[in-house]
Design a protein around this ligand. Sequence first.
Ligand code: ZN
Ligand code: ZN
Ligand code: ZN
Length: 428
Amino acid sequence: MPASPTEDELTPAIIELKKENPELGIAKVHALLTNKFPEWIVSEKRTRKILQNQGLIVSATGQAPNVQVYPSSRVVSGLNLAKWTPKVDVKWFDKRKGKGLVATQEIKEGEVIWKEDPFIVAPEWDIFDLQTRSLACMFCTTPLGDSPLITTCLASNITSPCTARFCSRLCLTRSAQVHPLLCPARNPASIPLIKFARETRWMALHALTHCTGRLLLAYQSDEKTFNDDWEISCALAELGMEERHKYSFNLSGQSEPDRDAWKKAHRLFVQAFKEPGTPLDVKKLAKILKKPLPKNLQTALFDYDTGFLRGLGRMSLNLEAHGGLYALHSHLNHSCDPNVSVRHLNQRTALARITLIGKRDIRVGEELLVTYVNPQAPYRARQNELQGWGFGACTCPRCVEEAKKLKGGNDQELADLASELKAGLGVM
Ligand SMILES: [Zn+2]
Ligand SMILES: [Zn+2]
Ligand SMILES: [Zn+2]
């Protein structure tokens, strides 16, 4: 029987059609939609509204129509999963939960599900210090021994030295994805930004520095490279703007920078990648970024609210504990009783590479879940930490069970929490 689809059903369907047919206008996308889903009752007005909300059509006051629009969305298009594993698929759950990964085949306890190198890695500060002291690879973060393959940054010279060293020529070549913009020899305008991130131990800022460097350099190469990288960075989960005051910019246990620090970081960020402070630095940056950025992309990266703060929020939500950002791993949702563990198994050869392993048998269709917090921590501590990150109350089966038990006990405060949880689940 024909029925009106929910927003959560309709939105991903429209996004997919528009991405498959980027040249089509509202009426044609709508026609495709009604063709593809004859059982749905949808007005063209509703299709238009969703396209607008998703930033997939240019508004009357917006950019010229020949400028490409870069939407920010939670649905990944063109993410080539086969590159990592045939064992999982991306699934869109609903607006509240967003996306996640489900098993497409039986996975056994102890089985390797996939291995993944980071999209970018802004390593923990002790590793970062090794990098700047030439003791760890500037690209893959692996501590360096005395291998004859080790190579130095080619741009380094006496007047503007760069201490970066790399495991091998392969790491050196790959570092062209991001190092040129962070290299003190090639882009000295980035020095104050990186120094500030280090002083404040601000991992999300450091990660955003790497991510922006990678996107800007991808834009200088071919269109496909850029579109792939842009998709990955847009697909990262982000907090809504209304939740911005809850942004937690550091990994847990570290203090959160205040608004003045955000402003200062933004100033240094713009100085590093867009408007260096001295004519010489301007010249050096222009040598790396020859192709000018379109206006909408400049806004998406450098605008204080819509670019910078959102970018920081995205980084802090998606960074793995050691500072890497992974295209596929970042799709995993949380459970306090996870069925997947994340390991750094290649300590000697590729420190930043992660291996995802089944913690127990996983059925086809079952969601893959990791823990964002220490699973040994008690109920209340886990809830607090997750809420501190802006994730809201955890309603995983373990939390529901433990909340129930606590409700049976005498602790009134915890009992209240338990009923809040139940209310969140709609079982009150
Ligand atoms: Zn390396
Ligand atoms: Zn360098
Ligand atoms: Zn939980």
